[in-house]
Design a protein around this ligand. Structure first.
Ligand code: F6R
Length: 611
């Protein structure tokens, strides 16, 4: 949530910062700003997209080899030019960009007002800038000490970068709860809230830990704790290619990422599934299989799309490994005083690895003594660092705000985990295990086939793009797919959509059905096929419009539905990986036709680092 970028070196900072902000825009996009430190320091801010900021700056001075930039997702104060970052302190000594929330900002603000400080914005960040300045001026201390002392008074989360006009040879960066990465170049450093703005300049990076403070000059980096203990920076090699963060000829990142799913899934099981399909090796879980085998229960915690993947996980673990599973929204779990046993295993699922509610839920589970595992896409993010063990999805960077390939990669990991656990617990024979693994490895090519329906899906989208409501139905393994399809539609096209287990329709939603209402039904051939066919008839009897996702060659549903979209045949536990593809494409095309900003839907941000 919000994107931070900073540069210090010999190059002109502005082009690096503006490009960095464009790369980070998926994290927040209601306003943006840049500050450049020079003989004459300049600060530009603009409501709207990074392109609006660029237009605003065009023709103005952009000289300077040190600078910071920010793209905002509003928490305190509405999106406007004043609340946009960077924020200058009252006496103009400091300029600050900040991600996260300063929870005690109101108390700090009142104290600063009493000391004569005036505020121009409604943000907690301006309070931080003024607090640093107040300590700097009254304590007559260095900028670095002022930052560390100020942070010791702050309650909340931050990833921040500070410039001090009196000390124009450095940037000061600090992290608590909101990620920061430092790129190490030759006589230059880059700072960002994730590696996407850095990768084209250097692959050597340092991930800051909570309570780290970095004092960065162009040819020197000092890392310490907030309490002034020296730390040795750990330089790591970035596993990211510039091609992965480009649209590569697609109109939108979302479409590119939908099409990347065969590869994302193959990459996720590559090297983990034995060539002869006799075993699955998940290195990150090596130490915890024992805990999984003995687990009294598995609790899955996640938010949004990752929560939907978790629901598929519940069905998989219960069906194959015969272990009870509960799937919880992280935000509920963390506050509702759940009962957690020390022999529970908790699995946290998160694409970004930074979701604040999921991180908080992990901490609660750990305190209760449970083993906590992570399934995460972003390498080095907070969740994989805080969990006891885990598995990375290898989906590659997901830039579109609507999650697509992360979902199918998460389901792939959950499938591998459930099958391996089932085999270890002797719930499935070696032969069955091997044939189930074989089926999983066929999924990427089946997705390639499912993607061929794109043109037909676009045609269907054109017919229903002006709908105001949509209902998504599915049973069994396809119920989470119904939820996911509805979420995709509402988040990028702003059409109200709901997902339901198909049988629940009779308990309320059936009242909504009329001739205008598209009902999207995931209805591939599985153990509840006959029942879903009856549900389709119930919808048709009430004149609802049925768009059904069916197994190739299904003539029965073809005879009843208004439209069918075919996917290849697969065992029912793998059907979510196929049936979700047409639903992603349908949402995509509807959103494009409605003129919505597909990659950056309103009010959303990619990584939700505030609760
Ligand atoms: C929906 C979407 C969100 C995320 C949710 C969790 O398309 O992207 O619902 O799934 O914010 O994010 P992660 O997986 O990063 O924890």
């Amino acid at each position: 949530m919000c994107g931070i970028v900073g540069y210090i070196g010999d190059k002109q900072a502005y082009p690096i910062l503006i490009k960095g902000l464009q790369r980070l825009e998926y994290r927040g996009y209601d306003s943006a700003g840049i500050a450049l430190l020079n003989k004459q320091t300049v600060l530009y801010k603009q409501k709207g997209k990074v392109s609006d900021l660029e237009a605003h700056i065009s023709g103005r001075t952009t000289d300077g080899t040190i600078g910071i930039g920010h793209t905002r997702w509003a928490t305190h104060g509405e999106p406007n030019n004043v609340n946009a970052h960077p924020h200058s302190s009252f006496n103009n000594k400091f300029i600050v960009i900040h991600n996260g929330i300063i929870e005690n900002y109101s108390m700090l603000k009142t104290k600063l007002i009493k000391r004569g400080y005036k505020f121009s914005s409604e943000t907690d960040t301006e309070v931080l800038a003024n607090l640093i300045e107040f300590i700097y001026l009254t304590g007559k201390v260095t900028a670095e000490l002022a930052v560390r002392l100020a942070l010791s008074k702050v309650v909340g989360a931050y990833g921040l970068v500070v410039m001090c006009k009196d000390e124009p040879d450095k940037l000061i960066a600090a992290r608590k709860g909101s990620p920061l990465v430092i790129g190490v170049g030759q006589g230059e450093y880059f700072i960002a809230s994730d590696a996407t703005p850095i990768v084209e300049y250097t692959k050597s990076v340092i991930y800051l830990n909570d309570d780290d403070v970095a004092v960065i000059k162009k040819d020197e980096l000092k890392l310490k704790t907030i309490d002034n203990e020296d730390l040795t920076p750990k330089i790591q090699e970035l596993d990211l290619d510039i091609g992965e963060i480009d649209k590569m000829g697609f109109d939108h990142f979302m479409l590119k990422e939908i099409y990347e799913q065969p590869k994302a899934i193959s990459d996720t099981f590559r090297g983990r599934v034995r060539k002869d399909h006799s075993d699955i090796h998940l290195g990150g879980l090596h130490e915890v299989w024992d805990d999984l085998e003995k687990a009294r229960r598995i609790i899955i915690i996640a938010c949004g799309t990752s929560w939907h993947a978790g629901l598929v996980g519940e069905y998989l673990f219960e069906e194959f490994a015969r272990v009870p599973v509960e799937v919880e929204y992280s935000s509920e779990f963390r506050y509702r005083k759940p009962i957690i046993f020390s022999d529970d295993v908790v699995i946290a699922i998160s694409q970004s690895g930074e979701t604040a509610d999921t991180l908080a839920a992990i901490r609660i589970a750990k305190e209760a003594g449970a083993k906590v595992l992570g399934i995460c896409n972003v390498v080095g993010a907070s969740i994989p660092r805080e969990t006891d063990a885990g598995v990375y999805t290898h989906a590659g960077p997901e830039i579109g705000v609507a999650s697509t390939k992360a979902f199918t990669a998460q389901v792939t990991v959950l499938t591998m985990m459930a099958l391996k656990l089932a085999n270890k617990k002797n719930k499935i024979s070696d032969d069955k295990f091997s044939s189930l693994i074989n089926e999983l490895t066929l999924i990427p090519e089946k997705i390639e086939i499912a993607l061929k329906a794109n043109k037909e899906i676009e045609r269907i989208a054109a017919l229903y793009k002006d709908s105001t409501n949509a209902l998504y139905l599915g049973r069994g393994f396809l119920f989470p797919v119904a939820l996911e399809g509805a979420l995709k539609l509402k988040e990028i096209s702003y059409i109200h959509a709901e997902g339901y287990p198909a049988a629940e329709m009779k308990h309320g939603p059936i009242a909504l059905i009329d001739e205008q209402m598209p009902i999207i039904i995931a209805a591939t051939k599985d153990s509840s096929y006959e029942k879903i066919v009856s549900n389709i008839q119930e919808v048709k009897a009430r004149k609802g419009i049925v768009i059904a996702v069916v197994t190739e060659g299904d003539e029965t549903i073809k005879g009843m539905a208004d439209h069918v979209i075919e996917v290849p045949e697969a065992p029912e536990h793998l059907a979510p990986l196929l049936t979700v593809i047409p639903l992603q494409l349908l949402s995509y095309h509807v959103a494009v036709m409605r003129g919505c900003n597909v990659d950056q839907p309103r009010n959303l941000a990619k990584s939700v680092t505030v609760e």
